[in-house]
Design a protein around this ligand. Sequence first.
Ligand code: PEP
Ligand code: MG
Length: 593
Amino acid sequence: MSFQVFGIAVSKGVAIGRAVLVASSRVDVAHYFIAANDVDPERRRLEAGRDAVVHELETLKNELPDDAPHELAALLDVHLMLLQDDALIGAAQQWISERHYNAEWALSAQLEVLARQFDEMEDDYLRERKADLEQVVERILSALTDENNAGALGVAERDFAGEDPLLLVSADISPADMIQFKRSVFQGFITDIGGKTSHTAIVARSMDIPAVVGTREASRLIQQDDWVVIDGDAGVVIVNPSPIILEEYRFRQRQAELERARLARLRHTPAITLDSVRIDLHANIELPDDASTALAAGATGVGLFRTEFLFMNRGGRLPDEEEQFRAYKTAVEGMQGLPVTIRTVDVGADKPLERLTLAELRHEHTLNPAMGLRAIRWSLAEPHMFRQQLRAIFRASAFGKVRVLIPMVAHLSEVRQIQEAIRSVRQQLADEGILATNIELGVMIEVPAAALMLPLLLRQVDFVSIGTNDLIQYTLAIDRADEAVAHLYDPWHPAVLQLIAQVISQARAAGKSVSVCGEMAGDTAFTELLLAMGLTQFSMHPSQIPSVKQRILRADTARLAEVLPQVLQSDSPQEAAGCLAHASAFGAIGERA
Ligand code: PEP
Ligand code: MG
């Protein structure tokens, strides 16, 4: 039966493929394809994992003290029975043989199938056995991981041709898990929760594959293996589409490919407006190797390196100075002399670290993490970590042009502490005979307080970068990751527009460089708006650079600036966008003349 699921469009394009349902708790299970001649060894690996658990449980049972409750032995019997059931291991082996899934993936895929069957059972007692099944699978997964220690998920490329593309469907995917899906087998994502600028959505966008989040119930309605179309432009998921719909979407896919190829030709064209204003198009990156993608897309620098992703998926072991130094150096060298803006860690809120540090332990009790110990607050609470990161950044600055950017600053006292930390780190490096150049210091403007006291901040720093994702979140009091209030997350809100316009104009007047690195910068719906405000530095996902550049080439900043007062006075997004469209139309005529 064909049906549609509606959600929030977060990453554009069309993806067509088969659904792979992954429970949120198991997104971090290794997902990769095995080679055809590894099928038998992989089936044996799964059996060995199962046998290890059988052995473990039998030992446990034999060693039960005489006075152990009777239920305990009965429970172990149930688990042992499930382990021997062909519906689990036998069926999982079929996923290995037929789909070439690795053992962990095959097992969790089969768990999904069985869990649904349990959910539909009438009998309460039987329905509750689902928890036992999950525990058994958990044990096998853990045995497999101990023995294989594959760790990573979804990083292997498909090694056999002719298979259907796969789309991942999950209730939720954390940003930490999402980052691991880079270069994975999945060609699209669908989640039940999340907002347009949640970090999960941001990472999906950085991968440049279609994604729809906030569907609320996709993971419940879509079945394993269903044919699914993700319309990443409209935020719609079409399940089991009719042949006509499928053909329509295949056509759109081909059109998008052609458009992409056409835009790629702009790569070497400088981004200069019709009235000769040169615009810097920088890239937002998450991992050091993303620098090559940024260069290939024509970025003239990195405007935001979200270093927190280096701190995730590490089983709690955080990267030390040396490891960070190597990562930053890779990014800096990768940009071949172009500037790289390294943002100090922005952990907390929807990007929690594994709880290891004192600060994180405190964070556990934070009621509202977005307003808690996040970003610079975390760094200042962990001075050792902060110093390590600053040292690594300063050392990497010997290999190119580096700037340091601090997230979520709201107090002048924070700036003073940052400056003091920088001074002392430079002194320490100098004492060790390591030359630490004087790199530019910038702060992100993402808390309304920072925007409102900008003149004071500008006296202390070299540049500012507007993080519109958070600025909108904190100005409008809308959790950016919460789909329940996603409709209120409005970049066109007059208060937001006032703040952004004010920051850009005050920074320019003070002769300080200002950029926008939130998602607004890469969304062509806002290109003219930001140009009208006088912005000359944008930072976005590399894949967004060509389309934004195309808009810039057709824009006339002087004409756009003329309508800015009207835009700021508008009482609806439609009216604001209308003023800009009018000014843009003149620009387009100018281009032809
Ligand atoms: C922002 O808040 O706009 C920003 C760029 O930072 P992040 O999305 O990483 O919070
Ligand atoms: Mg932010």
